[in-house]
Design a protein around this ligand. Structure first.
Ligand code: PMV
Length: 338
C-alpha cells in the first residue's frame, strides 16, 4: 500500500452512465497471443438512447464483486480487467460494483461495450478518489485502454460521439462529438429480447480457429476504413451505408464458414434486411447493420425515421424498436459511499 493512503476500511464510490458503441465498421477477431488487441479496425457511433449505469466502490480491503441487476457475475470474466485497473492505479484496491442496463443485456445490443466503458470510468475515478494525493487522473486514452481489456468494443464507448479503434491499437480515439451529424438517427429493432446463444467472445474464437474465411476477412477489413471515414466526414449516408453493409455482411460470411457454422440471424432479421432493401428501392435512405446477435440496427435521417419505424412494425418482425440519436461521452460523478 502507498505511504499516506487512507486506512483499510475507507471507501470511495463513483457512478458512470455510458452508452454502447455500435460498430459501423466491425471489429471481429483478436490478434493471437491473448492480449485483447483487435485484428481489424472499427468505427463506432454511440447510441445515446441506450445506457448502462455502473456504481463502483473502491476499498483497500475488499475483494472484487460485481452484480448486473440482481445477478452476481462470475468474477473470473472480470479478473483481467480489474488486474489492469490496479496496474494503472498502481494500488492493490478491491472493487464492489453494481451495474444495470436500460436495455436487454446479452441480446446483441452491445451491452459489453457500455458495460466496460462505464465500469472503467467508475472504478478509475473511485480508485483515484480513494488514493487521493493530487494524482493525475487517468486520461480518456488510458481508460479506453483499460476498458478494452474487458471488451474490445468498450474502448470506443469511452468517447461518445463517433470513435475509431484502429487494428492492433491499445486504445480508441475520438473522431467527432455528438453534434457532428445532428440529423442522424439509429433505429434499433430487436427481433427477440432473449439472450443470444453464444457470446461474441466465444464466437470470435470459433471464427478464428475454424472459419475458412477468417484470414481473408481480417486481411480485407481495413479496406472499408478510408471510404467510411470520408463518408462520415462529409455526412454522406449512402456512401457510409454501402461500406457498413460490406463490413457486416462479410463479418457474417466468416461466421457462416465456421465449423460448426454459426448463424446468429433469425427469420425476422432477414425480413428486416429485405425491408431495408425495399425501402431503399423506393428512395428512403435507410442502411442496416448487425452484430453478434439477431437484432437489426438501421441508420437513417431524422426526417425519415417515423416512416421507417412504421415500416419496421408493419413487417411484424420486431419485438421492440428504439430510436436513438448519437450519444455523448460517458457521464461520471461521485456517489454516496455505502
Ligand atoms: O467487444 P465485444 O466482445 O463486445 O465484440 C463486439 C463485436 C461486434 O459487436 C460484432 C463488433 C463491434 O465492433 O462492436
Amino acid at each position: 500500500m502507498r505511504a499516506g493512503a487512507p486506512p483499510a476500511g475507507s471507501r470511495a464510490a463513483f457512478v458512470c452512465r455510458a452508452s454502447p458503441s455500435l460498430a459501423l465498421i466491425k471489429y471481429w477477431g483478436k490478434l493471437e497471443g491473448g492480449r485483447m488487441l483487435p485484428a481489424t479496425p472499427s468505427l463506432g457511433v454511440c447510441l445515446g438512447s441506450l445506457s448502462t449505469t455502473t456504481r463502483a466502490e473502491a476499498s483497500f480491503d475488499g475483494a472484487d464483486e460485481l452484480h448486473i441487476g440482481e445477478a452476481a457475475q462470475p468474477i473470473g470474466r472480470y479478473s483481467e480487467f480489474f488486474a489492469e485497473m490496479r496496474r494503472a492505479l498502481r494500488a492493490e484496491l478491491g472493487f464492489r460494483v453494481t451495474s444495470r442496463n436500460d436495455f436487454p443485456t446479452s441480446s446483441g445490443l452491445a451491452s459489453s461495450s457500455s458495460g466496460f466503458a462505464a465500469l472503467a470510468f467508475a472504478a478509475a475515478r473511485a480508485g483515484e478518489a480513494l488514493l487521493g494525493g493530487g494524482r493525475r487522473p487517468l486520461s480518456h486514452a488510458e481508460i479506453s485502454r483499460i476498458a478494452r481489456v474487458g471488451s474490445i468494443s468498450a474502448a470506443r464507448a469511452v468517447f461518445g460521439g463517433f470513435s475509431l479503434l484502429p487494428a492492433r491499437a491499445r486504445a480508441a480515439r475520438a473522431l467527432y462529438g455528438e453534434g457532428h451529424w445532428p440529423e442522424l438517427r439509429v433505429l434499433v429493432a430487436a427481433v427477440t429480447l432473449e439472450e443470444k446463444p453464444l457470446s461474441s467472445r466465444a464466437a470470435m474464437e470459433l471464427s478464428r480457429s475454424t472459419s475458412i474465411y477468417h484470414r481473408s476477412w481480417v486481411g480485407g477489413a481495413g479496406a472499408e476504413l478510408a471510404p467510411s471515414l470520408e463518408a462520415l466526414g462529409r455526412r454522406d449516408l449512402e456512401a457510409l451505408g454501402l461500406s457498413m453493409r460490406r463490413s457486416y455482411l462479410r463479418m457474417f460470411g466468416t461466421m457462416l464458414a465456421c465449423d460448426p457454422p454459426l448463424i446468429y440471424w433469425l427469420p425476422g432479421s432477414l425480413e428486416l434486411i429485405r425491408e431495408c432493401e425495399a425501402m431503399r428501392r423506393e428512395g428512403l435512405e435507410v442502411w442496416e447493420t448487425m452484430d453478434a446477435g439477431p437484432q437489426v440496427k438501421m441508420l437513417c435521417l431524422a426526417r425519415d425515421a417515423p416512416r421507417i419505424v412504421e415500416r419496421v412494425w408493419a413487417t411484424g418482425a420486431a419485438a421492440a424498436v428504439i430510436e436513438s440519436r448519437v450519444g455523448g461521452a460517458p457521464e461520471v460523478g461521485a456517489a454516496e459511499s455505502a
